[in-house]
Design a protein around this ligand. Structure first.
Ligand code: T6T
Length: 316
């Protein structure tokens, strides 16, 4: 076991394809690996997962990489090879790079369930639970068009990192739908490495290069919070329509203050709850749903007080 743990810590390579499956009979351990720590989206997701695990009589352990980074997440996954859980419930931070590490755990007999993000290869996980991200992007573009009210101008899309299935799909869905609104022209999708500071500087640069900029779509909470900072720094709050994704406390506060004109909120607690439910079904040999789509809600200043249940939590 010590050798396996050492190998796992070193990346689990050297011909280790997971070795022999471990007898999983009676194993009630579930592991949740989120995208990163201290983030309201994943905190809300974990709260939903914990409640469902308790209800089902399973023990849930959560592992969180310090940053949204496939190398850091791989270390967390590799560490499971020596003591595999009955199921690994994971938000893969890269749709390709996370496949091999996840398969090593699967080779030990763990069931695999994806929450939020997913691998490009759909044959690995038993079940995937996420928002309909392409639809979310489309909804954001429709909201942006409504806010523009027929006015012409260009629009910036802030994505996170190439290979993040969710935000990449949101950006694509937005760009597709924008074609139906010829008064709005996209200046293209820009990646921010999921860093608010980078999102902020992309906004400053886009404003300088595009005097006709009238809107920004931020595909997640980090790009949204960074975009709001960029608009604040340039004195453009309220002049540029900012449509964000997610509903972190900071974004909700920004919506109330008029920094954001709309937020597309996900339901992370439901994603976490259903992730555990599908994992338990897979372990117990019950029917499993390959793909479950969670609800999205467009929130504006006008309807925000009636939608508080969709605001993300900072603790359970
Ligand atoms: O938007 C969520 C999540 O859905 C996405 O996959 C990554 O970013 C968030 O965690 C928000 O920061």
């Amino acid at each position: 076991l010590a050798a396996a743990a050492l190998l796992a810590a070193c990346g689990g390579q050297v011909g280790d394809s997971g070795g022999e499956p471990v007898d999983q009979a009676g194993n009630k351990d579930l592991t949740l690996i989120t995208g990163t720590q201290n983030e309201p989206f994943y905190i809300s997701l974990r709260c939903g997962a914990e409640a469902a695990a308790k209800e089902a009589g399973y023990e849930l352990t959560t592992q969180e990489p310090a940053k949204f980074d496939a190398t850091l997440q791989t270390e967390k996954v590799n560490a499971l090879v020596s003591d595999p859980p009955a199921a690994l419930i994971i938000a893969p931070t890269d749709d390709k790079a996370m496949k091999a590490p996840i398969q090593q755990v699967q080779n030990k007999g763990s069931k695999i369930v994806e929450v939020d993000t997913a691998l490009a290869d759909e044959s690995v996980a038993a079940s995937s639970i996420s928002s309909n991200n392409a639809d979310g992007g489309k909804l954001a573009a429709q909201t942006m068009a409504e806010l523009a009210g027929g006015k012409s101008g260009s629009v910036l899309v802030l994505d996170t990192i190439a290979g993040t299935s969710t935000t990449n799909e949101r950006a694509q869905g937005f760009e597709e739908e924008l074609k139906n609104h010829p008064n709005l022209k996209s200046i293209g999708v820009q990646f921010t490495q999921n860093e608010p500071a980078e999102a902020s500087s992309k906004v400053t640069a886009a404003l300088a290069a595009n005097p006709d900029l009238i809107g920004i779509f931020a595909t997640n909470l980090n790009t949204g919070e960074g975009a709001a900072t960029g608009l604040r720094n340039t004195g453009k709050i309220g002049e540029i329509n900012l449509v964000g994704f997610d509903a972190s406390p900071s974004e909700v506060d920004g919506l109330r203050k008029g920094e954001f004109q709309a937020l597309i909120a996900q339901d992370p607690a439901a994603i976490g709850r259903q992730g555990v439910e599908q994992a338990v079904a897979a372990i117990e040999g019950e029917p499993v749903e390959r793909k479950i789509l969670a609800e999205l809600h467009a929130i504006t200043q006008d309807n925000m007080d009636a939608n508080e249940q969709y605001f993300y939590k900072q603790q359970c």
